[in-house]
Design a protein around this ligand. Structure first.
Ligand code: ARG
Length: 457
């Protein structure tokens, strides 16, 4: 393709280090689409004849059929997907194939292909996120009033509802979706026609190709057009943040599935056994979601470090942009699907969850609040009195609401029998009806809004 200036061919090492076809063959659909748009525009502008453009388009169609049926041939001598396709086109239609590369460079070609690919990856993530949100909202609806301990420092803090807990992840994923959508807006400009770096002397129309490929507009600076990889970094940033959320949920499922907790039984279809311990059922899918988040964060780091310090415009380092993005996108899709399956198929052991909430003095704050409200005691003093009550209950091995009234009154005589109504986990949860709180009515309201937003109503 560029042999004119060279006396000899590249060495085996040069061929190997240069070849991107083993991975950039994943761009073949985008490459063909962009080439077809470019050829049609060249004809429209009178830069190539209509007959030549038609031959090119037909040849590209044939190649697409071949790739779909047999895969992309990996010829290292041809370096990358762009050269592999162009050389196949020459085999099919002869010298006319050489007109396709008029007013174009592989630099704007790869920038265009890659944007199209990342745009599809964003749309895939969006669909996966929505599916997981639907699973979360469905389970939250079922468990709007199921009581579990809420934790801080992984110590029992206050009772909450399982629905409330699951809806917390709905909110995180909602932000993830908005990050992906936001990055899609900035991505959606066409670099095609930036040519090598400086634009072209041919009378091209960049609006035509931009529109044909579903972009909102052409990029405004050709140097930036070929060298910008922000769109890929933004995609990876969004993917990394999403992966962190999935990892936290995975970690909770792993803890909840362990025998001392016993809050959840994960579906058999997403668990594995042990080759030596017959009783084992391991939450491997959740562990791998947690593990894969590290690789997705690694992909982001990889691309940021690749781009740092590159002068304008294109440098071959940028060929290394693809592997981390491809890897992260595949992992993210898989993690979203695995998590959706786990949430949809989990059996929540609500009796155990409730018992755990009753065990840990989770309603101590409710006693303190009662003292403030019913006896007009300042909160700090109420906190101290409640501490003494918890200490007493602990020493007798009783829950707070099982401590005899006379013992509570010995700690503070302002306590009366009405306090017991506030000390049950149900009363505690029902009382937290502030906007966004854990009360079942609040959870139901948030679930209803979410169902509407997801198009389920
Ligand atoms: N395979 C290259 C890449 O992925 C295509 C662009 C090559 N451009 C060049 N000037 N060598 O970045």
């Amino acid at each position: 393709m560029w042999g004119g200036r060279f006396a000899g061919g590249p060495s085996a090492i040069m061929r190997e280090i240069n070849a991107s076809i083993p991975f950039d063959k994943a761009l073949w659909r985008q490459d063909i689409a962009a080439s077809k748009a470019h050829a049609a525009m060249l004809a429209q502008q009178g830069i190539v004849s209509a007959a030549d453009a038609a031959a090119i388009a037909a040849g590209l169609e044939t190649i697409a059929g071949e790739y779909a049926a047999h895969g992309v041939p990996e010829n290292w001598d041809l370096e990358d997907i762009h050269m592999v396709t162009e050389s196949r086109l020459a085999e099919l239609i002869g010298a006319t194939a050489g007109r396709l590369h008029t007013a174009r460079s592989r630099n704007d070609q790869v920038a265009t292909d890659f944007r199209l690919w990342v745009r599809d990856a964003i749309d895939g993530a969006e669909a996966g996120l929505k599916a997981l949100q639907i699973a979360l909202v469905t389970r939250a609806d079922e468990h709007a009033a199921s009581i579990m301990p809420g934790f801080t420092h992984l110590q029992v803090a206050q009772p909450v509802t399982l629905g409330h807990h699951l809806m917390a992840y709905y909110e995180m994923l909602q932000r993830d979706r908005s990050r992906f959508a936001d990055c899609r807006v900035r991505l959606n400009q066409s670099p095609l026609g930036s040519a090598a770096l400086a634009g072209t002397g041919f009378p091209i129309d960049r609006d035509i190709t931009a529109r044909a490929l579903g972009f909102d507009a052409p990029t405004r600076n050709s140097l930036d057009g070929v060298s910008d990889r922000d769109f890929a970094i933004e995609y990876l940033t969004s993917a990394a943040q999403c992966a962190l959320h999935l990892s936290r949920l995975a970690e909770e499922l792993i803890i909840w599935a362990s025998q001392p907790f016993g809050f959840v039984t994960l579906p058999d279809s997403l668990s594995t056994g042990s080759s030596i311990m017959p009783q084992k059922k391991n939450p491997d899918a959740a562990e791998l979601v947690r593990g894969h988040s590290g690789r997705i964060v690694g992909a982001l780091t990889s691309l940021m470090v690749t781009m740092k310090g590159l002068p304008l415009a294109y440098s071959k380092d940028m060929q290394d942009d693809k592997v981390p993005v491809f890897e992260a996108a595949g992992l993210l899709d898989l993690c979203l699907a695995a998590m959706t399956g786990m949430i949809a198929g989990a059996t929540f052991r609500t009796t155990r969850m409730r018992a755990a909430a009753e065990l840990g003095y989770a309603t101590a704050t409710d006693l303190a609040d009662w003292l403030v409200r019913q006896a007009g005691i300042p909160f700090r003093e109420a906190h101290h009195i409640t501490g003494a009550a918890v200490k007493l209950a602990e020493s007798c091995g009783l829950s707070l609401d099982a401590v005899p009234l006379t013992d509570l009154q010995a700690i503070d005589p302002r306590i009366d029998e009405r306090v017991f109504a506030a000390l049950s986990v149900d009363a505690s949860v029902a009382s937290r009806a502030s906007y966004g709180g854990t009360a079942p009515d609040q959870v139901k309201a948030r679930v209803a809004e979410a169902r509407l937003a997801l198009g389920l109503e």
